[in-house]
Design a binder for this molecule. Structure first.
Ligand SMILES: [Zn+2]
Length: 626
């Protein structure tokens, strides 16, 4: 806040003037930094370097050098003088610490605004010094509090502090105080920054609706830097930048203050319950508060099983599990975890029959649910080949959609019609009641007891009807939204490339894992019938994602993939992640290949594995022994 050059020159002048006869300045120790820092951290800054050339004051070091010199056997000075005692440290504790360290070296500390007693520091000097130190610290703390309160009011009024978050641009308006405005000062509000605001909306959708982890979202963003421009130039997205966006409450349109606080010079995160939200939205919202809350809650669900495709960086991790976070147990719906006791990988349900809480939650759970991975691999590959990448896929989907979605849609439409009919009946009933009331007023004495009683009853009935109307309107809105969201877009399937069983069988594990992620593949394993139910969802970004994944396999792709998927890329349609056009095999296909191939549960090699081309087996099947 002050000009360090002028300030330092004044301090040297004052010290020089105060020296008793015969004394001289043997060495100069100075720093350009805050006095509120810890004494051990002080004197190491490099801010002084920019002043060295012009300031014209010699420098023998900073505070650390002063203390080192004082503690040495033959210090170059017998006493230390500073301009003002509060300059020795704005925080009383550090000022006392400095004084103590100097006094241990038997070096007195003087100040230009105190009488200099050559015999040492006397009682009155100490009292003055302590009072001054107390006042200085009080002043500093009070200023800090006032600044904090000012910044809080500033935020609650909707003004932004610092760089606008990704997705927003700074909308500078003249300062509301006329004097400050005349000096050209401005305040900043947040304004949407298309197309980045849409990227933010998508990210929240991926996190909440598609339940993707941070690493998966980062990978998806990095797959298409043109569509998802990264926050900083072309450096790409990082997990940290994705995390910062998903945790930023300002996207709800509210200004939020006090998410971080400085305590003892260290920046601390403040628990969300203590954040200060502006009561009203103060800038355009990109997402709803509900979506933001849901995104914050996602962290816990994800904790147990990683969905990143990058191998864990822990040195003990040797393999990437292709099905990580994709398999759930049908009995308890929990994610199954990979275990590799020997050569084979098993997917195991975390259910523990000896844990009373587990037993209580799922009384009918089998004691142990597990499936060997090499029994799953060929089945999943066959599912992908048949339903997603094979020549007959459109026919399979056409067969599936009428069977499943159509019946659900018919049920929904029937319900919608019934509700609309009921609404019309309510209209008629209300009209009748209204004319009844009118007649009553015309034909009878409006003050009579009978009329009052009847009117009361009619009103009560009217209220009931209105309540029913509200409920029905809400139900209708839900159903219409459901119809919009679950509408299938079978055309998306055409945008996927054609792959053969060979392509899939020879694909390295990592690529398969990426493919499964792009397809949002979910497996549900039931021990009872030894069946796995496989579900895949295509959204309008899936074809591009898959093309990008395959491009890493074949630099010159032999597979054909139409450039534009049929679904629209209209940002308005995709801003709400739940409205993303998609095609899903839902309810899922129950793939009974495990049974059909006659595999004994948990044993024997899968016959499907023998259909894989020779030489490709080890990639997909069980790893070679040892
Ligand atoms: Zn289970």
């Amino acid at each position: 806040l002050q000009d360090p050059v002028a300030s330092l020159r004044r301090q040297v002048r004052e010290c020089q003037a105060k020296l008793p006869p015969g004394w001289f300045l043997a060495a100069y120790y100075w720093d350009v930094e805050t006095g509120g820092m810890d004494i051990d951290q002080r004197g190491h800054g490099l801010a002084h370097e920019q002043f060295m050339a012009t300031i014209g004051i010699p420098r023998d070091g900073g505070l650390a050098d002063l203390l080192a010199e004082a503690a040495s056997d033959e210090p170059r000075f017998a006493a230390v003088i500073c301009e003002d005692i509060e300059r020795s440290g704005r925080d009383t504790f550090y000022a006392l610490k400095l004084e103590k360290e100097l006094s241990l070296a038997e070096i007195p500390l003087y100040a230009t605004d105190e009488p200099i007693d050559l015999n040492g520091v006397n009682a009155t000097t100490v009292l003055t010094r302590r009072v001054k130190q107390g006042v200085a610290e009080w002043f500093r703390l009070q200023l800090k509090e006032k600044t904090w309160r000012g910044l809080r009011e500033h935020s609650l009024d909707g003004w932004n502090i610092g760089t606008p978050a990704y997705g927003y641009a700074a909308d500078r308006v003249p300062h509301p105080v006329p004097l400050k405005a005349s000096q050209g000062r401005t305040k900043t509000r947040l304004a949407l920054d298309p197309p980045r605001d849409q990227v933010v909306a998508r990210m929240f959708g991926w996190r909440v609706t598609d339940r993707l982890g941070l690493a998966a979202i980062t990978a998806r963003l990095n797959n298409n830097l043109v569509r998802y421009p990264p926050p900083t130039g072309d450096a790409g997205w990082t997990i940290a930048s994705v995390h910062a966006i998903l945790a930023n409450p300002k996207y709800t349109g509210h200004m939020v203050f006090g998410r971080r606080r400085k305590v003892n010079g260290k920046t601390r995160r403040v628990p969300p319950a203590e954040w200060i939200w502006s009561p009203e939205p103060v800038h355009p919202a990109i997402i709803t508060r509900e979506l933001w809350d849901a995104a914050q809650a996602m962290g816990g669900e994800h904790a147990s099983s990683r969905d990143s495709l990058e191998p864990n960086t822990h040195p003990a991790t040797k393999r990437t599990y292709t099905f990580r976070s994709r398999i759930r147990c049908r009995h308890c719906r929990r994610r199954m975890c990979a275990q590799t006791p020997h050569a084979d990988t098993y997917w195991v349900c975390p259910h523990n029959p000896r844990d009373p809480r587990h037993a209580l939650r799922n009384p009918d759970h089998p004691p142990r649910v597990s499936i060997r991975e090499d029994r799953l691999v060929p089945v999943v590959a066959e599912f992908c080949q048949t339903y997603l990448f094979g020549p007959g896929r459109a026919a399979y989907l056409a067969k599936l959609i009428p069977a499943t979605a159509a019946s659900a849609a018919a049920r929904r439409d029937k319900k919608i019609t019934a509700l609309r009919t009921r609404l019309r009946q309510i209209d008629t009933a209300e009209d009748a009641k209204a004319s009844e009331l009118q007649q009553l007023g015309l034909q009878h004495d409006p003050g009579s007891r009978a009329v009052t009683a009847l009117r009361k009853r009619v009103l009560a009935r009217f209220t009931d009807l209105e309540t029913e109307r509200d409920t029905i309107t809400e139900q209708l809105a839900d159903l219409t939204r459901e119809r919009r969201e679950t509408t299938q877009h079978p055309g998306l399937l055409d945008a996927l490339p054609h792959l053969t069983t060979d392509d899939l069988a020879c694909a390295p594990q990592r690529l398969l894992a990426q493919l499964y992620q792009a397809l949002d593949l979910q497996l549900l394993y039931s021990k009872d019938d030894d069946q796995v139910t496989i579900r895949a969802v295509l959204t309008d970004t899936t074809p591009d994602d898959i093309a990008a994944i395959l491009a890493t396999l074949h630099p010159s792709p032999q597979t054909s993939h139409p450039a534009t998927p049929q679904a629209s890329h209209n940002p308005a349609a995709t801003s709400q992640a739940t409205a993303t056009p998609k095609v899903s095999f839902d309810p899922p296909i129950t793939w009974s290949a495990l049974h059909d191939h006659g595999v004994p549960p948990n044993g024997g090699s899968h016959p499907a594995a023998t259909r894989l081309p020779p030489g490709c087996g080890p990639e997909l099947g069980r790893p070679p022994p040892g």
